[in-house]
Design a protein around this ligand. Structure first.
Ligand code: SF4
Ligand code: FES
Length: 257
């Protein structure tokens, strides 16, 4: 099958970008979308041209590395699917597609379709963890977890940090991502000690990093490849409001003496 691609080419974050038209005459329906781009890149390399840069790692829908816009939709037209798991059988011979990077101030373009999502890492580092004593692993049954809570925690833990929610949001909000991380740990007994601090720090860090506010448009939920729901955002707001009233950061130093 033949696919026509209009791909955003941009050398780095500060240079101007532009759409460039390519043809892939020898794609087939069994290829993943990224394999189809591999074929294009082999051809570009063979001709001495600069291959298209895009990010990928597992190609199994679990690492969260891949992701760009296909015809204005993060990860493309197949719901609940990362672009590495999207297959060419969902397209038709002669289709013309437009590929662009995720666009958000907090995701600067590294090159072509690849963006820098290290802002997500900094949000996680600000509070998306639990502190436990080192030593041997505790017995699995020693800490009972209510079934409903464990289900909600597991659902939230499915977030792979791909950033599609940010790219789809008209405010470039990272609320779905951050709320998934806050919900995941906040449902579990191990996450209770730092629950207030986590909500405060991660929400504030999201704003610091340049992400916008959530206005409940729901675009994020519609494009999330892992089915993260906006219920998590409601839980995040509840935790944040509670923490705002009760939590105070510890200050160092002290004593009158
Ligand atoms: S919430 Fe969904 S879209 Fe957002 S980063 Fe996580 S997996 Fe990706
Ligand atoms: S490359 Fe890992 S999720 Fe797509």
């Amino acid at each position: 099958m033949k696919i026509i691609l209009n791909i955003w080419r941009q050398q780095n974050a500060t240079s101007a970008g532009r759409m460039v038209r390519y043809e892939v005459p020898n794609a087939n329906e069994h290829m993943s979308f990224l394999e189809m781009l591999d074929v294009l890149n082999e051809e570009l390399t063979r001709k001495g041209e600069d291959p298209v840069t895009f990010e990928h790692d597992c190609r199994e829908g679990i690492c969260g590395c891949c992701g760009f816009m296909i015809d204005g939709v993060p990860h493309g037209p197949q719901r609940g699917t990362t672009v590495c798991q999207l297959h060419m059988r969902h397209f038709h011979d002669g289709d013309e597609l437009w590929l662009e990077p995720f666009r958000a101030k907090a995701f600067p373009v590294i090159k072509d379709l690849m963006v820098d999502r290290s802002s997500f890492d900094r949000i996680i580092a600000s509070g998306g963890f639990i502190s436990v004593n080192t030593g041997s692993a505790p017995d699995g049954n020693a800490l009972p977890v209510i079934k409903k809570c464990s289900d909600m925690a597991m659902d939230a833990a499915a977030c792979i940090g791909c950033g599609a929610c940010v790219a789809s949001c008209p405010n470039a909000s990272a609320s779905l991502f951050v709320s998934a991380k806050i919900s995941h740990l906040g449902q579990l007994p191990q996450g209770q000690v730092e629950r207030d601090r986590r909500a405060m720090r991660m929400v504030l860090k999201m704003t610091d990093e340049g992400f916008g506010y959530c206005t409940n448009t729901g675009e994020c939920e519609a494009v999330c490849p892992k089915g993260i729901t906006i219920e998590n955002i409601a839980r995040m707001h509840r935790d944040y409001i509670k923490a705002s009233a009760t939590f105070r950061e510890e200050t160092s130093g002290g004593g009158a003496g």
